[in-house]
Design a protein around this ligand. Structure first.
Ligand code: SF4
Length: 351
């Protein structure tokens, strides 16, 4: 198929496909699905050989002052989720250690709403705003070696990545949230990058968006140039405004993941929330498109058993990325010099 050959060749060259090509991937038929997976899988295997495991710890569950309509933690949510205020540092550390012992390479401490209450900052001491502090939720990501003492690790600048998703297209952002804007989210990702953090920013599919909206947000992400792109599939919680949005199929999910891989060929594409619910028995095929998944449970919903994930990875012919193995391709790593001086370190800033 000319389209898939062209997309595959572009992905191998890290070349951006056209919007029309990205839209065409989403419009492929079920008969073409395995060809789509094979073409995007070639790109995935060119840049990534393993599967990276990540682990989420929700530092505060529910009680968020923001009103993101897809979220069970939003203000006014009637979803029957766990609700608690900030975990104590030792509780957060214990939760993270469980993920690490299950094989996770990276742990994301998630914080909805104001972040200062956690006592965990990104390490900035220059008076700049802590990414995510005032504009909704975000995840501070630490390598597994730092999970035992999160507060101390963060203060020492051990936080190496920051997650803050764009979620959906600019044109429809106002439909899913009124308490902050799409531009706020983009700014926060840029600020994380400016603070020397590896940016992680992704999307949520299945919120009633069009194919054009999906392509818009993925192209916007490519422009922002995060190191990792989590792809979430909406979990329509009862008690939230999007509770009735059950409009994803496993085939649609695979097309979306393939499109993201073609647009972001050498970026860590992570299969995130909703994979069990929407991909169901086709989850192993998704491993040929993504190179990263969350292990265990999500912020407010339960994932499949960690051992089932490990078995699935093995059965699909992949291995789990080790703690000392690089995630990103060398070409991409070389383009980014991780800051090791200035704020959060004992070395003078570059000024
Ligand atoms: S800011 Fe985050 S936690 Fe709060 S409602 Fe929005 S998505 Fe949910």
């Amino acid at each position: 198929m000319d389209l898939l050959d062209s997309l595959s060749a572009k992905g191998l060259r890290r070349e951006l496909p056209t919007r029309e090509e990205a839209l065409a991937v989403l419009a492929t038929s079920d008969d073409e699905l395995l060809d789509v997976v094979a073409a995007a899988g070639r790109v995935r295997r060119q840049w990534f050989g393993r599967v990276k495991l990540n682990y989420l710890v929700n530092l505060k569950s529910g009680l968020c002052p923001e009103d993101c309509s897809y979220c069970s933690q939003r203000i006014g949510s009637k979803a029957e989720i766990l609700k608690y205020t900030w975990l104590k540092p030792q509780e957060a550390a214990a939760a993270a250690k469980a993920g690490v012992s299950g094989g996770a390479k990276r742990c994301a401490w998630w914080r909805a709403g104001a972040a200062r209450a956690t006592g965990m900052s990104s390490g900035r001491r220059d008076g700049g705003r802590d990414p995510g502090r005032e504009r909704g939720c975000g995840g501070l990501c630490l390598p597994r070696a730092a999970v035992g003492r999160p507060g101390v690790a963060a203060a020492r600048g051990r936080v190496h990545a920051y997650n803050h998703n764009l979620n959906t297209a600019e044109a429809t952002y106002g439909d899913i949230c009124s308490t902050h804007t799409y531009e706020d989210r983009k700014d926060t990702v840029r600020e994380a990058q400016a603070a020397g953090l590896s940016a992680c920013s992704g999307l949520i599919a299945g919120m009633g968006e069009s194919d054009a909206d999906l392509v818009d947000v993925v192209f916007a992400l490519r422009e922002l140039n995060p190191d990792s792109v989590p792809v979430n599939f909406l979990i329509p919680f009862e008690g939230t405004p999007l509770a009735k949005e059950w409009n994803l199929t496993p085939q649609r999910c695979l097309r979306i993941l393939a499109m993201v891989r073609f647009v972001c060929p050498d970026v860590e594409v992570r299969l995130a929330g909703g994979r069990e619910v929407h991909l169901r028995t086709l989850q192993p095929l998704a491993l040929h498109l993504v190179n990263s998944i969350f292990l265990g449970d999500y912020l407010t919903s339960e994932g499949q058993a960690g051992q089932a994930d490990l078995d699935m990875i093995t059965d699909a012919g992949f291995t789990v990325e080790g703690a000392d193995e690089a995630t990103l391709p060398a070409e991409r790593e070389a383009a980014v010099t991780v800051r090791r001086r200035g704020a959060g370190t004992d070395l003078p800033p570059n000024a």
